[in-house]
Structures are given as C-alpha cells and as structure tokens.
Design a protein around this ligand. Structure first.
Ligand SMILES: *[C@@H]1O[C@H](CO)[C@@H](O)[C@H](O)[C@H]1NC(C)=O
Ligand SMILES: *[C@@H]1O[C@H](CO)[C@@H](O)[C@H](O)[C@H]1NC(C)=O
Ligand SMILES: *[C@@H]1O[C@H](CO)[C@@H](O)[C@H](O)[C@H]1NC(C)=O
Ligand SMILES: *[C@@H]1O[C@H](CO)[C@@H](O)[C@H](O)[C@H]1NC(C)=O
Ligand SMILES: *[C@@H]1O[C@H](CO)[C@@H](O)[C@H](O)[C@H]1NC(C)=O
Ligand SMILES: *[C@@H]1O[C@H](CO)[C@@H](O)[C@H](O)[C@H]1NC(C)=O
Ligand SMILES: *[C@@H]1O[C@H](CO)[C@@H](O)[C@H](O)[C@H]1NC(C)=O
Ligand SMILES: *[C@@H]1O[C@H](CO)[C@@H](O)[C@H](O)[C@H]1NC(C)=O
Ligand SMILES: *[C@@H]1O[C@H](CO)[C@@H](O)[C@H](O)[C@H]1NC(C)=O
Length: 296
C-alpha cells in the first residue's frame, strides 16, 4: 500500500516534470544546426544554461534586444534574443523565457540553434554571431487566401510599402530597427506590414537583409493576401488585417502604399504544414503554410 502510493507520487511527479518541460508553445519554426555538438554537463552545457538564464531573467532591457555571451573560448556561448518591435516588455520576456526553455530541449546537444515565435526569436552559437548579417537558415509562411483582384497593383503597393518601412527600420538606431505601417491596396483594402532587423546590424546591412527578404516574396507569397519571410537577421510580414500593435513606437508612422510572391528554389528543402493561429491580433489569418530554406 505504502509502496503503491509512493510509486504513484513518483509517477505523478515525473509527469509534472515532463509537462513543465514541454509546457512551452511550439515555435513557428526552429532549426537545430549541425555545426557541432556538446555533451551533457560539459562546460559548454553549463555556459549555455548560464547565458540563457541570464537572458530570460534580465529585467533591465526594455528595447527587446539581447546579445549576451558567457564563458571562455572554446566553450564560450553567444546568445541573441530579439522581440518583435511592437511587443510590450512583459510579452517579450514571456516569449524569450519560453524560447530559452524550449530551444535547448528541441536541439539537445547541438551547439547552435535558432527558434522563432510570433513575438520573439532566440539564437545561440559557439560562433560570435553579434553584428553579423545572416540570411540563412530562413523560412516562409503564407496566408492561404489569394489576392482577389488587381494582383499587379497589389504587388506594387506592397513593394512600395515595404520599401518605405525598410528605409525607416534601417535608420532606427542601435537599439531598435523596426517599422510597421499600412497602405491602401486595390479594392479598398488596407495592407499592413511590419519589418525588423536585429539592431546590432549596420544600417546598410539591415537594408540589404530586408531587400533580400523582399526578393524572396515571389518565392513564397506570390498572389497571397499575407506572408512572412523570416531570416536570422531580419524579417518581414504583411497581411490585409491588422496584426501588430499600432500604438508601438514607429509602428504607425505615415505610410505610403504596399508588395509580394511563392515556391522555393530547387536547392532548398521544402516542408509544408498547416498551422492554426489563435492570437487575438491575428483574427482572420487562419491558415498558413510553411516553407523551409535549408541552411546553406
Ligand atoms: C551531432 O550529433 C548528431 C547526432 O546526435 C550527429 O548526427 C551529427 O553528425 C553530430 N554533428 C557533429 C558536427 O558532430
Ligand atoms: C549530469 O549531471 C547531473 C547532475 O549532476 C546528473 O544527474 C546526470 O547524470 C549527469 N549526466 C551525464 C550525462 O553525465
Ligand atoms: C509562454 O508559455 C506560456 C505557457 O505555455 C504561455 O501561457 C504564454 O502565452 C507564452 N508566452 C508567449 C509570449 O507566448
Ligand atoms: C489560390 O490560388 C491557387 C492557384 O490559383 C489555387 O490552387 C488555390 O486553391 C487558391 N486558394 C484559395 C484559398 O482560394
Ligand atoms: C523611429 O524611426 C525614426 C526614423 O524614421 C528613428 O530616427 C527613430 O529612432 C525611431 N524610434 C524608435 C523608438 O525606434
Ligand atoms: C473604402 O473604405 C472607406 C473606409 O472603410 C469607406 O469610407 C469608403 O466608402 C470605401 N470606398 C469604397 C469605394 O468602397
Ligand atoms: C549589443 O547590442 C547593443 C545594442 O545594439 C550594442 O550597442 C552593443 O555593441 C552590442 N554588443 C556586442 C558585444 O555586440
Ligand atoms: C494607417 O496608419 C495611419 C498612421 O500612419 C493611421 O492613422 C491609420 O488609422 C491607419 N489605417 C488603418 C486602416 O489602420
Ligand atoms: C491543411 O489543412 C487542410 C484542412 O484543415 C487539409 O485539407 C490540408 O491537406 C492541409 N495541408 C497540409 C499541407 O497539411
């Protein structure tokens, strides 16, 4: 009897531990890069835990960008966290906290990994990844709904809007390179877009990264009412419904008009899946497909 109940307690506590370990929401996408492995309880493992815990427990940074490192070469770990520019600090911290818990579990023993949520991105590596523009690994998502009419005009409006946001984000300064805004698209629709770079990039690198991401739109989101191109150093998103907080700094500056594209090139691995979006800011954006561009 006593033994049964202590076993039960043991099992129950295992279940609690397991469910805590997997409580974090899934990433939109993540990559466990095959650039090196560490062993459990190694110095690298300890340094990784240390840098991730200092990142997730930091309460001083309020601009949503974290470039923390810990340890000594060759076991030094570089970690970079970036929150979406319109995310409030508490959302940002919650998002990064989830990411720091989940990514090392999904990518156990990999020295380099990257994962994206709607509201944040987390990367870590044994390489110095600070201030360096990287365009892969990347992935796309697109809204399943097609642009209803005047596709060429829609694309042109989207491109004009994204170009203006790109210039604005690149000029955003060393703490924040983010811009969001709307424009009018055909059929009296409003096109909303958001672009962001890690703020450790130079203005030029940010602009180049976003220009490259815009160039990927034809590979992912041609003819779609919404899409995202997500790279380690920058990302963009557009939709015909409001999906960002328009009260965030620089989110609602005067805007011009809107852009767009769909399938991966042959040297890319492709996976597709459906994903349900449930966040309140994503009303009417119900289905997306994901395409992965493998690391080059
Ligand atoms: C890392 O470990 C995985 C298996 O866990 C293995 O497939 C991979 O080749 C290893 N990578 C390196 C660079 O040693
Ligand atoms: C790592 O350390 C923990 C606690 O010290 C221990 O329980 C575990 O068995 C160790 N794992 C390995 C693979 O050495
Ligand atoms: C973090 O995970 C918790 C628990 O699953 C969830 O309630 C919360 O919404 C997540 N935070 C963010 C910003 O997604
Ligand atoms: C969008 O257009 C494509 C190609 O014309 C078509 O296959 C697909 O079914 C359309 N999707 C919707 C949601 O109408
Ligand atoms: C807003 O954008 C302008 C450039 O358009 C930039 O100078 C300013 O620093 C940005 N503000 C913030 C808080 O990012
Ligand atoms: C376009 O939308 C605006 C505001 O939603 C509305 O006032 C206007 O009548 C609409 N125009 C047309 C042609 O539908
Ligand atoms: C970390 O980021 C801040 C803000 O962009 C920047 O000022 C600082 O130079 C960066 N530090 C390193 C080590 O890259
Ligand atoms: C578009 O952005 C402007 C600010 O630049 C804002 O005043 C306007 O309400 C926005 N339009 C829509 C339909 O959200
Ligand atoms: C997406 O979901 C729809 C219905 O929910 C299903 O018919 C379709 O096969 C799914 N597509 C993929 C790629 O899973």
């Amino acid at each position: 009897m006593a033994m049964v109940s202590s076993r039960l307690v043991f099992l129950v506590s295992i279940c609690i531990l397991v469910s805590q370990a997997i409580a974090q929401p899934d990433f939109l996408y993540h990559f466990c890069l095959d650039k090196g492995n560490y062993t459990s309880n190694s110095t690298y493992n300890t340094n990784l835990n240390q840098v991730l815990s200092s990142l997730s427990s930091n309460t001083e940074i309020d601009y949503g960008f974290y470039n923390f490192s810990y340890g000594q070469s060759p076991d030094k770990v570089y970690s970079l966290g970036l929150c979406r520019g319109d995310a409030k600090p508490d959302i940002c911290r919650s998002c990064l906290n989830n990411a720091t818990n989940l990514l090392p579990l999904l990518c156990s023993n990999r020295k380099e990994a990257i994962g994206w949520y709607d509201y944040c991105m987390l990367r870590y590596s044994f390489r110095d990844i600070f201030g360096i523009m990287e365009d892969s690994p990347a992935f796309f998502m697109w809204n399943m709904n097609n642009v209803s009419a005047n596709y060429d005009q829609f694309s042109q409006d989207l491109r004009t809007l994204l170009d203006s946001k790109r210039v604005q984000a690149a000029a955003g300064g060393s703490l924040r390179k983010f811009a969001a805004g709307n424009a009018t698209a055909p059929n009296n629709q409003t096109l909303y877009s958001l672009v962001q770079c890690t703020p450790d990039l130079s203005d030029q690198d940010c602009s180049d990264c976003l220009a490259g991401a815009m160039g990927d739109i034809p590979n992912c989101c041609d003819g779609k009412q919404g899409g995202r191109v997500i790279r380690p150093s920058c990302n963009l998103r557009f939709e015909i419904a409001l999906f960002y907080d328009p009260t965030a700094d620089n989110a609602s500056s005067p805007s011009l008009s809107p852009p767009l594209p769909r399938v991966p090139s042959h040297d890319s691995r492709v996976t597709e899946s459906n994903q349900s979006k449930s966040s309140s800011v994503q009303a009417s954006i119900n289905e997306v497909s994901i395409t992965e561009l493998s690391p080059r």
